[in-house]
Write a protein that binds this ligand. Structure first.
Ligand SMILES: CC(C)(COP(=O)(O)OP(=O)(O)OC[C@H]1O[C@@H](n2cnc3c(N)ncnc32)[C@H](O)[C@@H]1OP(=O)(O)O)[C@@H](O)C(=O)NCCC(=O)NCCS
Length: 425
């Protein structure tokens, strides 16, 4: 049977094309039941019939192997290349050291760190075409959409195209990590009608981003706070945006396309976009005494509470305590404890009522808000730090590539015939 006949069920049916009698057109056949059917294999069959199992949302499926991070959902632990993130934060290491760790699979020596810092700083520039785009983009645009387009445009300026050579892609990875903050920072300045501050080469990744968005010298404390947030967000197994990046590059597409896919995926409120949702929620609630009623109302309507719950962590997200500690300190210093008071009460209600815990986005929102960062830059900040993990995962995917191509259990109709357009209802 030909492919078209198979597709339209023409093989065993009377022809129905143009000018023929359609009175015997088959009625849509009910879809195959979504639930997998198990039937005993006929006697003598060499192999038993396979029962299709649908893993909705790919829950519990191992899509590949990775050395980069170990997300231990039952114990609430997270390791990068074998290092507990608690130890990385407390050591302390810097975000630049974590970038090196993820790309090179070892912590850098002093000279290796200096070399990677120098490479990142040397790439703090954007092609004029991208600067023109950033200044011309609508001032009301979502910065994540601007970032997605900006990173996609970076690919236009790479003459080497789709070369999948690892050293070249490592170099591109550093360039992408260095340029993402510039795209966000420049757009943020341009949308306010402000000049673009000249890049500085003496500041760390975290310090330079704060400088770009404010045009002012960042404090050591704000820089260190953001640096820790960067470290905590840098890598996280097969999360949705990393999966997007790996799926894209596994077709042997290029790294810019992979990171563009990842940014589009991170934007959604069930993933990175949740951190902005948390601040909107806290602003809407307004004060600690209104939390209980607000949450109960949302739960009664079966709505999600942003920053709560996780697909993998069945206990507290190990990143949350670091962000909580910083959020408590910052809000105390600012004399605005209501943000953390509201957060604590929400977390308590969700723990008791739904047995759900806070995730990484729950307290990061208050940290960024306390640093004076505009809400719509929260998810872009997540992208800045996760770019370290995305690029490391792209490199790892290409080291041992295989196309991702899962199946769909078809539940639609069979045997339909194409009727002429005039006869369709
Ligand atoms: C992260 C998240 C998408 C994980 O989703 P998941 O593994 O697919 O889990 P589900 O959405 O199927 O939720 C399972 C159950 O918990 C409930 N639940 C999960 N997260 C919830 C939340 N934040 N608020 C209220 N209920 C929640 C669901 O309503 C569902 O309840 P039910 O079984 O009674 O229908 C989900 O917890 C969520 O939407 N959280 C809010 C968004 C967020 O913070 N995202 C950032 C993640 S780092």
């Amino acid at each position: 049977m030909s492919f078209l006949k198979k597709l339209f069920g023409g093989g065993d049916q009377k022809s129905s094309c143009c000018g023929h009698d359609h009175s015997h057109d088959p009625q849509p056949v009910p879809a195959a039941p979504a639930a997998p059917v198990t039937s005993p294999a006929p006697a003598g069959d060499p192999a038993p019939a396979k029962t299709p199992v649908v893993h909705r949302g790919l829950e519990g499926v191992y899509a590949n192997e990775s050395k980069l991070s170990d997300v231990q959902g039952d114990d609430g632990k997270l390791y990068y290349l074998g290092y507990n993130i608690d130890d990385l934060v407390e050591a302390p290491v810097t975000f630049e050291e974590v970038i090196y760790l993820l790309h090179k699979h070892k912590l850098p020596t002093r000279s290796e760190l200096e070399a990677v810092e120098a490479k990142l700083r040397a790439r703090r520039s954007l092609p004029q075409g991208i600067i023109d785009f950033l200044t011309a983009a609508p001032k009301t645009a979502n910065p994540m959409d601007v970032l997605r387009t900006g990173v996609s445009m970076l690919g236009l300026y790479d003459d080497l195209g789709n070369d999948t050579d690892r050293p070249l892609n490592e170099d591109r990875s550093l360039a992408i990590i260095a340029k993402i903050p510039l795209i966000i920072g420049y757009y943020h300045r341009a949308r306010q009608g402000l000049s673009l501050p000249p890049v500085r080469l003496d500041l760390s990744e975290a310090g330079h981003f704060l400088y770009l968005i404010t045009g002012e010298e960042p404090s050591a404390k704000a820089t260190q706070t953001l640096d820790i947030a960067y470290i905590i967000h840098a890598e996280h197994g097969m999360n949705a945006s990393t999966f997007s990046a790996r799926v894209t590059v596994a077709t042997l597409s290029d790294i810019y396309s992979a990171i563009t896919s990842a940014i589009g995926t991170l934007k959604g409120p069930l993933h990175g976009g949740a951190n902005e949702g948390v601040i909107h929620m806290l602003e809407e609630i307004g004060s600690p005494d209104k939390v209980d009623a607000w949450v109960e109302e949302r739960l009664a309507r079966k709505e999600k509470i942003m920053g709560i719950g996780h697909r993998v962590y069945k206990v507290l997200d190990p990143r949350a305590p670091h962000l909580r500690r910083m959020a408590i300190k910052l809000t105390e210093e600012l004399g605005e404890p209501k943000w953390i008071q509201m957060s604590e009460r929400i977390a308590e209600i969700m723990r008791t009522r739904k047995k759900l815990e806070a995730n990484v986005d729950f307290y990061s929102a208050t940290v960024y808000h306390s640093l004076g960062i505009p809400t719509d830059l929260f998810t872009p900040i997540f992208a800045i730090s996760r770019a370290a993990g995305w690029t490391a995962q792209v490199l790892e995917q290409l080291d041992d590539n295989r196309l991702y191509r899962p199946l769909t259990l078809y539940t639609g109709p069979h045997g339909l015939k194409v009727t002429p357009i005039e006869q369709r209802v």
